[in-house]
Design a binder for this molecule. Sequence first.
Ligand code: AMP
Ligand code: MG
Length: 345
Amino acid sequence: MTNKLQNVGKYIAPAVFLCVLGGLMWYQSHQHHGYYNSGYRSVMGTFAQVTVAAASEEQAHSFITAAFAEMDKVNRIMNDWDPNSEISQLTQTAYPEPKVVSPELFEVIAASVEYSKLSEGAFDITVGPETQLWRQMQKTGQKPSPEALTTARAKVGYEKVTLNPAEKTVQFAVEGMKLDVGAIAKGYAVDIAMEAMRTQGAVAGMVDLGGNVRCFGPGPAGGNWYIGLRDPRHTEKTLIKLRLNEMAVATSGDYERYAVVDGQPQSHILNPKTSESVKELASVTIIAPTAMQADALSTAVSVLGKEKGLALIEKIPGVEAIVMTSAQPDQRIETPGAKQFIEMD
Ligand code: AMP
Ligand code: MG
């Protein structure tokens, strides 16, 4: 018995020593870390900002450069305003034969189809032909003709896309189909930008791309990250503050981009089945483990509306929603689990 205890004692002392040493080394390597900020840069038609903990300005610079390189890459592949981007070329090349696409584009399209299934078509990146008409409407202030809308809708529907994961091919069932990943690509870009910083050794940071935010590691304010949500009707005001750690958040709102027809604002988020701009919700915020999830689901809930949208979010573990209706934009409705992230009212 005594012998055994003595034996154990032999191991305890070095173990304690190693723990203390390990702790000291961790402290040493972290105490020199400061938080660096890129400032706002224009990316993907919006503004992006990267914050990262680093041991030196040089290291911060290399982390930030890696993050922006990923966002620029996503923009080159998925910008549907650019007729030469990979996604724009698909309209000509993914019908009638399948077309091989980049791994990045395949990942976003495959994830999008899953969100379409989950939301029963409320979220649908094949909405492209309808968003083209919406963009014309934004320019002219005139609603598209019913014929133009019917023609566009015939080319919409996620079930008209066939994916082959082994070959990474995409195939359209109908000529003239057009993908618009505007509701998910920013979230995806935030996720891979964060991943790029982690791969380079970053231990803490935050990426914000047009309100699609994800943070990792301890934040600068007492180990926390705080993200302010804007008031949908007074966008200069912060309505609530969220405290997020190892989480992502995205907001879809009717105030960000809209067309005006007969003095009435028309949201850029469309119900793919009717081509109508959504009206019921003024703002939808989703808190989720990844930025891509938060981005896609915030758009999905905008289309589904309060009842169906919140019911969908309640079914997904680890995902929360905060919505404001157009009728009562000063009232917040949230899933029960969202409260734990709300810092201030
Ligand atoms: P977000 O700001 O993330 O809600 O994305 C809105 C953008 O997604 C719009 O500007 C359109 O380009 C596109 N979009 C509009 N309606 C839908 C929809 N129902 N499903 C998927 N994407 C959509
Ligand atoms: Mg979105």
